[in-house]
Design a binder for this molecule. Structure first.
Ligand code: KDO
Length: 329
């Protein structure tokens, strides 16, 4: 019996060893995102992982880190450049820091709706802008993702028809020049805060409101600490699955193809579910006691577009690009 036990021990150790050796040879894909687990762009990473486990069994070690637990919101591109992170979903705002031309996608009331966004990125504009970002950054953009249409979400109920009604409202925005510009263009006092701090900020009143797509307002539970949604539709927002050049260049063409296909599957999962949810989510907020109001969207559009037209931000936009985006149908 003793001998049998010893043999079993050896057998166990032997079975364990090759797995450990195998794990070392797997390609590590660390993902970091501020997305909460219940939001579609958080859940989509499971679709990504499952797709790779199926198409390339044992080849990749996919590690999903949600809630910005691995890297702070907005620091992902730098982490990827340093080789500390392989994958993330980065925003047009993140990209604009290194590629100012990309700030056109951070501007309010440029992209009209999700279908327009998909057309723009699937056509020549998408090809040109993806190339520009990929050339100038240490990452490769794989696919655009529909993050949703951003709305204003306030702590207290207040009549909001035009940008003038947001005067003095401390509206939380993520912390970058382009984000703060958008908040100010809406007529509010833009206050920078990381996504993970927003719930507390709303609860304690250090901010009067925030803006995000409605599925995120649900998934991050902001509806628990706010009383009003103002359907401004001010930004049809996009994020982009990006992979570090270091990881990308180390892969074989077959592996690159599998990673691209997995990213496309994740994006499709997010886009389909997010659009479906956006179409019927207002009733949920009403059932939670929130006041949902429709402002004078034309007044917001005019105000925001005029702010961008005379801004330094717009000076970085390639000549004729705004017209080309507008003419994409
Ligand atoms: C946010 O901080 O409001 C934002 O919506 C900005 C996006 O670019 C993106 O970072 C997103 O948060 C996170 O993925 C959390 O949903």
């Amino acid at each position: 019996a003793l001998l049998a036990a010893a043999c079993a021990g050896v057998a166990t150790a032997a079975a364990w060893l090759p797995t450990a050796v195998q794990a070392q040879t797997k390609t590590l894909l660390r993902i970091s995102t501020p997305a909460v687990p219940d939001d579609w762009h958080g859940r989509m990473w499971t679709v990504f992982k499952d797709a790779l486990d199926k198409s390339a069994p044992g080849e990749f070690d996919v590690q999903i880190n949600l809630n910005a637990t691995l890297f702070k919101q907005g620091t992902e591109p730098a982490a990827m450049a340093r080789g500390n992170l392989e994958l993330s979903s980065i925003s047009a705002f993140d990209i604009a820091k290194q590629v100012p031309e990309f700030s056109i996608f951070t501007a309010g009331y440029v992209i009209r709706d999700p279908a327009h966004q998909q057309k723009v990125f699937a056509g020549p504009i998408g090809t040109e802008m993806f190339k520009l970002a990929t050339d100038k950054m240490d990452v490769t953009l794989l696919t655009p993702i529909y993050l949703g249409t951003r709305q204003v979400n306030l702590r207290d109920v207040k009549p909001v028809k035009t940008p003038a009604d947001l005067k003095g409202v401390k509206l939380r925005m993520p912390g970058s020049k382009e984000w703060l510009f958008l908040g100010e263009a809406l007529g509010a006092t833009a206050t920078p805060l990381a996504f993970g701090e927003v719930y507390m900020g709303l609860k304690t009143g250090t901010i009067d409101g925030q803006d995000n797509p409605l599925p995120t307002v649900r998934a991050a539970k902001f509806y628990e600490v706010t009383k009003q949604l103002v359907l401004t539709n001010h930004l049809v927002d996009g994020i982009f699955i990006a992979i570090s050049d270091k990881a990308w260049k180390a892969m074989s063409p077959a592996q690159q193809q599998k990673v691209s296909a997995a990213a496309a599957a994740a994006a499709a999962f997010n886009n389909e579910n997010r659009m479906k949810e956006e179409a019927q989510i207002v009733d949920f907020f009403k059932s939670q006691g929130l006041t949902v109001t429709t402002p004078d969207v034309e007044a917001f559009r005019k105000h925001v577009q005029a702010a961008y037209a005379s801004s330094d931000i717009a000076k970085a936009w390639p000549k004729g690009l705004l017209e080309r985006i507008n003419n994409t149908r």
